[in-house]
Design a protein around this ligand. Structure first.
Ligand code: XBP
Ligand code: MG
Length: 248
C-alpha cells in the first residue's frame, strides 16, 4: 500500500512558470534597470536549468557573458532573485495562478485515506507557502508533513537529492511512496531517488522524455472531466484517484 505522495510544485501543482515566474523575473529585471526580457519561447529554453538564481546565471553565461566578470555580479543575482520572489508571491496572493485540474481532489482523497503528503521542489520556500495558502487556504500548509524546497540541498533537480532529503525526513522507503512531476528534470530526480512517478505534462514539458515514468497524463482529471493517458495504464478510471494509483 502507498504510504506517501511527494509532489513537485512548479508545473505540477499549478502552471506557475509561463504566467507566474516568467513575468516576475521580467518585472525584477525592469525594476533593476536591465533591458533583459524573457519571452515565452526563451523561457522554455531557460527552464532546462532548475532554480531561479541558477537560471539567471545560465542566461548571463549564454547571452551576456562579459557581465559575469563583474565583481558585483553575485550580488546582482541575489538582489534580482529576492525581488523576483517578492513579485511572484504577490502574484500568487492576488489569486493569479490556480491549482491544476484534479490536484485539490487528489490531495483531499489522500488526506481522507491517511496518506502522508510531502513536497520536493527546487523553488524558494516562500513560493510554496504562497501557492499552497492562496489556493488551498491558510491551514493547508500543515497538510504537508515535509516541505523540501529551494537551497536545502545544493544540487537541484535533476539530481535526486531533494527527493532523498524528503524521504529521509519522512523516514520512508521509496517503494511505499509515489512522486508527482511535470518535467524531465523532475522525473530524473524522482527516479534517481527510486520513486515510482506520475507525470502530468504542460505546454513547456509536452515533448520531454518521460521514459521510466509509471504513468504520463495530460492532467490528473476529475470524475466528470477525463484526463488523457499518454503512457502507461490508468486502470478503469477517468481520473487519477487512489484506486487507480493502488493498481499501478
Ligand atoms: C522549478 C524551478 C524553479 C522555478 C523558480 O522546477 O526550477 O526554479 O522555476 O523558482 P521544479 P525560484 O518544478 O522541477 O521544482 O526562482 O524560487 O528558484
Ligand atoms: Mg516542475
Amino acid at each position: 500500500m502507498i504510504q506517501a505522495f511527494i509532489f513537485d510544485v512548479d508545473g505540477t501543482l499549478a502552471d506557475t512558470e509561463r504566467d507566474g515566474h516568467r513575468p516576475a523575473f521580467n518585472q525584477a529585471f525592469k525594476e533593476a534597470g536591465l533591458d533583459w526580457h524573457w519571452d515565452v519561447a526563451l523561457y522554455g529554453e531557460l527552464l532546462t536549468v532548475t532554480g531561479g538564481k541558477e537560471r539567471i546565471n545560465f542566461y548571463v553565461e549564454r547571452y551576456q557573458p562579459e557581465l559575469k566578470q563583474d565583481i558585483n555580479f553575485p550580488k546582482l543575482v541575489a538582489s534580482l532573485h529576492r525581488e523576483k520572489t517578492r513579485i511572484y508571491t504577490e502574484l500568487l496572493s492576488a489569486g493569479m495562478i490556480p491549482l491544476r485540474t484534479g490536484v485539490k481532489r487528489l490531495l483531499l482523497e489522500a488526506r481522507a485515506a491517511n496518506i502522508r503528503l510531502a513536497i520536493a521542489t527546487t523553488t524558494t520556500p516562500a513560493n510554496v507557502t504562497a501557492l499552497v495558502t492562496h489556493t488551498l487556504g491558510e491551514d493547508a500548509l500543515a497538510w504537508f508533513e515535509v516541505i523540501a524546497a529551494g537551497d536545502v540541498v545544493p544540487a537541484k533537480k535533476p539530481a535526486p537529492d531533494i527527493y532523498q532529503w524528503a524521504l529521509n525526513k519522512l523516514q520512508l522507503d521509496p517503494a511505499v511512496c509515489l512522486a508527482f512531476e511535470d518535467s524531465e528534470n523532475g522525473l530524473k530526480s524522482s527516479l534517481g531517488a527510486g520513486l515510482r512517478t506520475i507525470v502530468t505534462i504542460n505546454d513547456y514539458t509536452a515533448d520531454h522524455d518521460f521514459n521510466g515514468a509509471a504513468l504520463v497524463l495530460t492532467d490528473l482529471g476529475e470524475p466528470d472531466v477525463s484526463c488523457r493517458v499518454l503512457q502507461g495504464v490508468l486502470t478503469g478510471n477517468t481520473c487519477v484517484n487512489l484506486d487507480a494509483l493502488n493498481h499501478l
